[in-house]
Design a protein around this ligand. Structure first.
Ligand SMILES: *[C@@H]1O[C@H](CO)[C@@H](O)[C@H](O)[C@H]1NC(C)=O
Length: 379
């Protein structure tokens, strides 16, 4: 051990004997704010002890949220626009060479209830089927939760756990049709979400489609099947949302057949099952994919030697698309030409010899198509 090391050890011994770990007090230690309010918490350290650092941490959290700021010397923690996530324990750790001490503040953030229903409804259910609707709430203080039927003063019998209240029917009866509301309340406010339940008679039509989403290739034949139940047997019709059915179509036994589909046939198709009790609709969405349709912007461009050239190749069609540029009558592009993955052709300074016709070929998994662009360069 040399003399300077020995001196350093001696100094640190003297310091640890002479100094005391900091004494920390937190002000306030428990604080409750409304969502959106701001609050500051102080970490007060006994002045005589020269703490070196003060540091704030939130328990069970690796870092402080973005709306939580700490003053430069660590003495004040400020939470601006408090949010439910900010709730928790904040710990101030003060350290000097003699040791570390910490103090903790508890922050509560109050906010009005928010309610989610699963399923969200409206619900169409057949007589005799079981149904349950779950009402889930968040809010602080913990909201009270109840179900009501609109137009009826009676509270409903439901199954409740901490944050969830479930409205249940083992067997639905026709008279259960109506509007139900889940109400949540705490000191910060009241929230109500409604759901309509329609109980259908046994004979009421129910339509369903075999496939809800169809991706078809241009030029192919597509069939859509609709299954309908009801008594008397419903009549099934097909239509297209906001457009007539494509003219190349046939309907037979609830099956819609479209031949040689094109991109314009994409859209939502509606199956309608109707009888004396009413009707029911089911939907199939069809997307028709096609080889790219390609254009070049601008189609023609006149430049002076030394100008910059930029041609954009545009393609409509199923992704992913790739682009390839070439020059009519030439083996390759001029050495100064650059192309990008999104279909651009760039020449920083055009020369007279760059005049000519440029071709872009766009390709996807269904095919390719090309477009031409003309470039004229003058002195
Ligand atoms: C389904 O049929 C019913 C009864 O005929 C009618 O009121 C309704 O508009 C139809 N829906 C469509 C999408 O055609």
């Amino acid at each position: 051990m040399d003399a300077s090391t020995a001196a350093a050890i001696l100094i640190s011994l003297v310091l640890s004997v002479g100094a005391q770990a900091p004494v920390v007090s937190i002000e306030p230690r428990v604080v409750s704010v409304r969502q959106g309010e701001s609050v500051s918490i102080r970490c007060i350290v006994d002045g005589s002890q020269h703490p070196i650092t003060r540091e704030w941490k939130k328990s069970n959290s690796p870092r402080l949220a973005d709306n939580v700021k700490v003053s430069r010397d660590g003495s004040v923690l400020t939470i601006a626009d408090a949010q439910p996530d900010n709730q928790g324990q904040y710990r101030c750790v003060a350290a000097n060479p003699a040791g570390r001490t910490s103090g903790t503040a508890v922050l509560n953030v109050r906010y009005p209830p928010t309610v989610t229903l699963t399923p969200a409804g409206p619900l169409r259910v057949r007589v005799g089927e079981p149904v349950s609707i779950e009402c889930r709430v968040t809010g602080r203080p913990r909201p009270s939760l109840k179900w009501k039927r609109l137009g009826s003063p009676l509270d409903l019998v439901t199954k409740a756990t901490e944050d969830v209240n479930t409205l249940e029917w083992a067997l639905l009866r026709p008279e259960d049709s109506g509007v139900y509301a889940c109400q949540a309340q705490n000191n910060e406010g009241m929230t109500e979400v409604k759901v309509e339940v329609t109980v259908q008679n046994q004979g009421t039509p129910v339509a369903s489609v075999a496939v809800e989403l169809i991706t078809a290739v241009q030029g192919h034949t597509v069939t859509m099947e609709c299954h309908a139940t009801g008594n008397p047997t419903p009549v099934v019709t097909w239509s297209k949302l906001r457009a007539p059915l494509p003219w190349r179509h046939t309907v037979s036994g609830g099956v819609l057949t479209l031949t040689e589909v094109g991109r314009q046939d994409s859209g939502q198709y509606i199956c309608n099952a109707t009888n004396v009790h009413g009707y029911s609709q089911a939907y199939t969405q069809m997307e028709v994919e096609a080889p790219p349709y390609t254009t070049i912007l601008p189609e023609q461009v006149r430049l002076r030697a030394g100008d910059a050239l930029r041609l954009q190749c545009l393609a409509h069609g199923a992704a992913p698309l790739s682009f390839q540029w070439s020059r009519a009558g030439r083996a390759g592009l001029a050495p100064g030409a650059e192309t990008t993955g999104d279909g651009q052709l760039l020449i920083a300074r055009v020369k007279l010899s760059d005049s000519g016709t440029y071709k872009c070929v766009a390709t996807n998994h269904l095919g390719a198509s090309e477009a031409l662009g003309k470039v004229v360069v003058k002195n």
